[in-house]
Design a protein around this ligand. Structure first.
Ligand SMILES: Nc1ncnc2c1ncn2[C@@H]1O[C@H](COP(=O)(O)OP(=O)(O)OP(=O)(O)O)[C@@H](O)[C@H]1O
Length: 263
């Protein structure tokens, strides 16, 4: 095992984030401590405005913490961003409208100097993976929102990142597609051994996907509780969704959320 793979994927150390606004200061995050192991799947859940997106953006170095520090595989977040050590998929698919689906997926590889043949081959493989092999030559506006989201996920996986940062990537999808993409994500992250930080509003989604669910509470945004998912070793498959251990975990996350809201 290399030194790098022994480092946690993410280490958030005493992070506060305050925003100055016209009506005063907003404390979006306070005293956040969170370590995510290599290969671990962690969801962030909590009521609207509790700071989930802000925490993800701080990890991605799209926002700077007011105090504290973030490391990604041992590097400062800024260096990890410059080195493109993680893939990002947000709810807004963020595809370039003037590029075909294939060219959108190829973009990160192109920016890293991967040759044309290799990046086209990889992009086609990813289109298969997300179930859109026939849409390579389409443009984003010719696709449904859900299909665009799958393209964005394919793009985030292009460089086989060891960390994926996902902000409600499935929020706009119908339930069937959503469950299919959840299963797909489980399979993909198992294959690639990527760690994932996943923001969601869905308790069942968080329970199905995660090793640990971080429950946040608002004003100021803090970690209320971290719930470890225990499924008695069961695989994360369709059977799990119907099982007693899964329902017990859904209940545990729900109770933690309600405890946070009561404060
Ligand atoms: N750029 C900004 N300027 C000022 N305030 C901000 C900014 N970004 C976020 N905030 C505030 O910080 C708090 C946390 O916002 P954030 O978007 O992280 O919450 P969230 O948990 O992701 O919410 P949601 O579930 O609704 O997406 C909110 O009160 C929000 O208004």
């Amino acid at each position: 095992m290399s030194a790098e793979s022994r480092e946690p994927a993410v280490a958030v150390d005493a992070v506060d984030k305050r925003f100055a606004t016209g009506s005063g200061e907003v404390v979006a995050l306070q005293g956040i401590e969170l370590t995510i192991a290599a290969g671990e799947f962690v969801s962030l859940i909590g009521p609207s405005g509790c700071g989930k997106s802000t925490l993800l953006r701080v990890i991605a170095d799209l926002e700077q913490p007011t105090t504290g520090a973030v490391r990604v595989f041992g590097k400062f977040a800024r260096q990890a961003r410059l080195d493109q050590d993680y893939g990002i998929a947000f709810q807004q698919a963020g595809l370039l409208p003037w590029r075909t689906v294939l060219a959108n997926i190829e973009l990160p590889l192109e920016l890293h100097g991967v040759g044309k043949a290799a990046r086209t081959a990889r992009a086609k493989e990813l289109l298969e993976l997300v179930g859109l092999p026939d849409f390579a030559k389409h443009y984003p506006d010719q696709l449904s929102g859900g299909m665009q989201q799958r393209v964005a996920i394919a793009r985030s996986l292009a460089e086989r990142p060891k960390l994926l940062l996902m902000d409600e990537p499935y929020g706009a999808l119908d339930e069937m597609t959503r469950e299919r993409l959840q299963s797909e994500l489980v399979r993909i992250t198992k294959e690639t051994e990527a760690a994932v930080v996943f923001v969601t509003h869905s308790i069942p989604e968080a329970a199905f996907l995660s090793d640990r669910v971080v429950v946040m509470s608002p004003r100021p945004g803090r970690i209320q509780e971290i719930v470890t998912m225990e499924f008695d070793g069961a695989a994360r498959d369709e059977e799990l969704r119907q099982s007693a251990p899964y329902f017990a975990m859904v209940t545990a996350v729900r109770e933690a959320l309600h405890a946070g809201a009561a404060h």
